[in-house]
Write a protein that binds this ligand. Sequence first.
Ligand SMILES: Nc1nc2c(ncn2[C@@H]2O[C@H](COP(=O)(O)OP(=O)(O)OP(=O)(O)O)[C@@H](O)[C@H]2O)c(=O)[nH]1
Ligand SMILES: [Zn+2]
Length: 348
Amino acid sequence: MNKSRLTLAQLGWRPFFQQQLSLEEYEDYDIGRVVEHHRSQVKLAIEGGAVTIELTHQIEDICVGDWVLFDQELRLHRVLERQSLFARKAPGTKVDTQRIAANIDVAILVSSLNQDFNLSRIERYLVLVREAGVEPLVVLTKADLCDDPQALAEQVQQLDNRVSVVTLNALSNEQVQPLSEYYRAGDTLVLLGSSGVGKSTLANTLIGETVLETAGIREDDSKGRHTTTYRSLQLLPSGGLILDTPGMRELQLGAAEQGVKETFKEIIELAERCRFGDCSHTNEPGCEIQKALKLGELNQRRFQSFEKLMREQAFNSATLAQKRAKDKAFGKMINSIQNDSRSRKRGK
Ligand SMILES: Nc1nc2c(ncn2[C@@H]2O[C@H](COP(=O)(O)OP(=O)(O)OP(=O)(O)O)[C@@H](O)[C@H]2O)c(=O)[nH]1
Ligand SMILES: [Zn+2]
């Protein structure tokens, strides 16, 4: 596939983005999609090619997958409103939100069918995907190394019967190609999952023949940077775009109440039927959750997973809100100090 002849539509341009442009903007600016995000520059895929744009400090709120407008001097004009956004709490103790990818249509949750298989981790990723308002597709890799892939696939299916679950060997072209029925030309896919589960392998098999070209592009653009530390959008032969993310050692949820509620829908429905509106689901009479746990209609693992993710997102969203408030107050203080000193200099 010849990358230099890509149209905007092939890059994922949609009416949703087109509608955000004023006539002046349409005439005066060029349109690009962020395919790589480095510390001080972004690489954009544009109609018929690519450009690199230096970032000024004003626009730090930008991430891979974003649509942007830029001028003839290669200055960024603005980032267009997003159709979807994946974000998590920044890893470690730092209190911050980290944007992973924007304008995604299909999220492929990759998990392997070996010792690494873990339902609670899959639930954690489902929350992230639901929070972003994107459809999840669960792909269970290393089926060739597993005695009974179907049994594990069913366990995943039981988490949510609305989710599609596929088991495969990511190295097998024949097994990977049918995934194309889950996306359309111009759709952007993202691969999410822990390190080593087979995301890059799956991406390479999906990309097929263009893989060498991809490697070339990464190489000559990396300038000594470690190639796996940035994300990149690549074109699939069937017309979709794929975004490979580096394996996440740690996926901590930021504010994701809606995502948790959607992922654990049946638990929310039970809780709504508890006798007390503020039921803690521990020992209250008329607690539907305790009842379901006793009857075996709800399993303990799933309930604990729900409680853990709910607490985590509540805690992190509270600290994020506090930080934002603090930053704002600090900004105001700096402004007033600067204003004071300016006034003094002017002798007022
Ligand atoms: N047998 C078998 N091996 C696989 C399969 N999928 C991936 N592998 C192997 O698993 C190893 C890790 O795969 P990667 O594709 O690098 O995993 P990743 O998720 O991209 O890992 P990070 O880049 O660290 O995030 C490689 O040696 C792959 O060849 C599979 O379905 N079957
Ligand atoms: Zn209850």
